[in-house]
Design a protein around this ligand. Structure first.
Ligand code: ATR
Length: 280
């Protein structure tokens, strides 16, 4: 029997993770079977325990359970502890291990798939919720020159700056943040939309001067059409990307944690885009 994995979320029927992991298993020859589990609201722990009891080896965790998974894990990777959220669970003899691969997935998509180096870059991060918090340390690890966090609610950006100030100093990154006025009056190399704005077609407030030719505008969301953020950035001359590659690369990192084998995320991303285009 193959080793059992699954994604748990609510809703979960549209999750692309089973498709992605099936491609990874094919590509690497690993004996992996990957399903999907609809977690009842308020019933996360029970659902995970049932999966473990049936021999499950690991899980991906998606909305709305990433904080529950963080609380449930017996031990946490440093990046999951910093993010305050868990998207990858591993079940072993030493209990339940929680990790967070979202930030590494974002960084790998930008650098490996989109070909934009973050080393020495000026980066603007829009949003200061869970999604933003999870990517701060993986971004520092790439040694950018500066990271600015801008959020509608300035106090939440200030909290993040405070939380990660010591790590920024260690990494040699100029790290600042606040409300919309906190963006430096420069063109940024990379602008990342980590707000939930794209869900309801809202454009997060951001100075137009941040975008221009040479800017990569990255929306963590993806959908059948470019988001309002992507369209806005393109009108200002920037190159825009959606978050589909982040989805594939966070999955690749989870697969690596579980199996010790690194799949080729770029190849699976190209295949996924073709599949989605054919359906559209
Ligand atoms: P997630 O886990 O997806 O990050 P979250 O923790 O609820 O979700 O954070 C949502 C983020 O999107 C926040 O930064 C939020 O801004 P506030 O802190 O001011 O609430 C941001 N956000 C949501 N809707 C937005 C909108 N219409 N315009 C700008 N920012 C928005």
């Amino acid at each position: 029997m193959k080793d059992q994995y699954a994604v748990i979320g609510n809703p979960v029927e549209h999750s692309k993770s089973p498709w992605i992991h099936a491609r990874f298993a094919e590509q690497t020859g690993e004996p992996v079977e990957y399903g999907r589990i609809l977690g009842p609201l308020g019933g996360f722990e029970a659902a995970v325990k049932t999966f473990i009891a049936s021999g499950g080896r690991g899980m991906n965790v998606t909305v709305p359970f990433k904080l529950d998974a963080h609380a449930f894990a017996d031990s946490l990777s440093p990046r999951a502890a910093a993010a305050g959220a868990v998207n990858t669970l591993s079940f072993g003899d030493d209990g339940v291990r929680g990790d967070n691969t979202d930030g590494v997935g974002l960084v790998r998509d930008i650098e490996a798939n989109l070909g934009v180096s973050l080393k020495g870059a000026r980066i603007l991060l829009l949003g200061a919720g869970g999604a933003a918090r999870g990517v701060v340390l993986p971004i520092f690890d790439r040694q950018p020159a500066a990271l600015t966090i801008v959020n509608r609610t300035a106090a939440k950006a200030h909290e993040l700056v405070e939380q990660f100030a010591a790590r920024a100093k260690e990494s040699g990154v100029r790290f600042t943040g606040g409300g919309a006025e906190s963006a430096e009056k420069v063109r940024y190399d990379v602008v990342i939309n980590a707000t939930a704005g794209s869900l309801d077609a809202a454009l997060p407030e951001c100075d137009d001067a941040a975008f221009g030719p040479g800017t990569l505008a990255y929306d963590m969301m993806y959908g059948p059409k470019p988001t309002v953020f992507m369209e806005h950035a393109e009108r200002l001359g920037a190159r825009a990307a959606d978050g589909l590659g982040m989805l594939v690369e966070q999955a690749a990192e989870s697969f690596f944690i579980w199996r010790g084998v690194r799949p080729d995320g770029g190849a699976v991303l190209r295949e996924l885009r073709q599949t989605l285009a054919a359906k559209a």
